[in-house]
Design a binder for this molecule. Sequence first.
Ligand code: FAD
Length: 481
Amino acid sequence: MGANVMGISADLQASLCAALNDDMVLTDADEMLRFCRDWHGDVTSSAVAVLRPRSTGDVSAAVRACRTLNLSIVPQGGNTGLVLGGIPDQPANQVIISLERMNAIRNIDADDFSAIVEAGCILSEIKDWVADKDMYFPLALGAQGSCRIGGNVSTNAGGINVLRYGMTRELVLGLEVVLPDGTIFNGLSTLRKDNRGIDLKQLFIGAEGTLGIVTAVSIKLTPFPDQVVTALLGLNSLDDAIKLYRRARRDCCDLMSAFEFMPPLAFVLAKEAIPDLPMPIAGDYAAYVLMEVSGSGLVDISDLMERFLGGVMEDGLVVDGVIAASQAQARNLWLFREGMNEGQAKRGSHLRTDVSVPLSRLADFVRDAEQGVSDALPDCISVSYGHVGDGNVHLNVLPPPGLSPEEAATRIYSAKTVVNAIVDSYNGSISAEHGIGRLKRVDFEKRLDPSRRALLTALKQAIDPSMVMNPGCQLNFTGTS
Ligand SMILES: Cc1cc2nc3c(=O)[nH]c(=O)nc-3n(C[C@H](O)[C@H](O)[C@H](O)COP(=O)(O)OP(=O)(O)OC[C@H]3O[C@@H](n4cnc5c(N)ncnc54)[C@H](O)[C@@H]3O)c2cc1C
């Protein structure tokens, strides 16, 4: 038997089928396509096979089979990652292990404020299941209808509620992981306090599948916030948005659950994607904030928001604003935030960044970076928005229409170089929440302190000495390209 155009050996595929339950192995190129293409459709790869286990035992068997056949493993959840961590880069000897069929809820314990879910559970489904028990899982992101909890853990996902509830790391109580030799690490505790030495689950959170395959997760729940008030506010500047954030942190008694900054261009982009979206606010402002305050129990959230906005409008920090009067109106306000992403995608390939700087310097950073881009690339447009409360900005750069793919790629590369250099000068991070994957590996390695590299390499060698797990993702541990 020979190899196909991607160099994929039919012998290897047959050996995998022989070693594992037939139902687990996909080798048909058409069936594998959705697993091998990234969310934006920018990259299409392939794999020797896609394995779809139904249980932790299946995952362990799959890992052992891959080791025997000298195949390396790319774990995959919902394939919504934005840095190519879940897409093979060496299709001829990589297998995707998709967790999508491990999607059972093992337990929801409302008295313990915890649940145990399998890695392939879709985030929005987890939120719905626990809501039925009047509980809340606070992780919230635009991809929540498709991303899976194992992927969220492996990328330490952030999203819109980080400022109140923290990143995924802070919502995980325990993990079950299949290690690179196929053994199972059972750390599925639901204890909130457990100081028995080094907390091993932390190693796998944010590891992007380089140390093992997460198969189940114990998660922290909170009471369901039955009062949620959403407001869209018009401001004179991003500086005022930062001042408003500081004030809201104090005045809203830590009940603020989202604080998103958007530029005026957000509305133009959102309308390009969703033309009949009603304009929520009259007048043009230099900066907009989408803010949400939420709570449960005896607090009156509407009163809190109204009193807060009354004060900041009187002080001139907010010029105009609208408070959603219904869930449907709140949804429409969020559609602007989500629609602006779709609008950017419609304008063609562009630079998408996910950077963070200290909150106190965020407005200066945005000004400097946008100026840097416009000096270097006068025909490109910068659009900066994001989870401002976390110091996290997506400073994206849109090349002008009508360029060839090569011309657009050159602009995108130059823009990235400009933005990253300014991030460095602010002691910021080139990846605030999306991870490193394959897309940011070179930029990450360039900035890696030698002591951190040595620790990461030692860790990889201790847990995955055969370099089976997701090689090429995060770091090039072997030193070869
Ligand atoms: C519209 C949109 C909005 C988004 N918004 C946000 C946002 O606000 N904040 C944010 O942080 N991210 C955001 N993302 C990025 C993405 O949704 C997150 O990174 C998400 O956590 C990825 O989950 P996934 O299941 O799709 O993982 P995948 O894309 O399948 O995988 C991501 C990485 O995790 C590894 N992996 C996946 N599952 C496992 C597992 N079970 N065990 C070990 N390794 C595994 C993969 O190998 C890969 O390296 C957004 C993406 C989109 C498309």
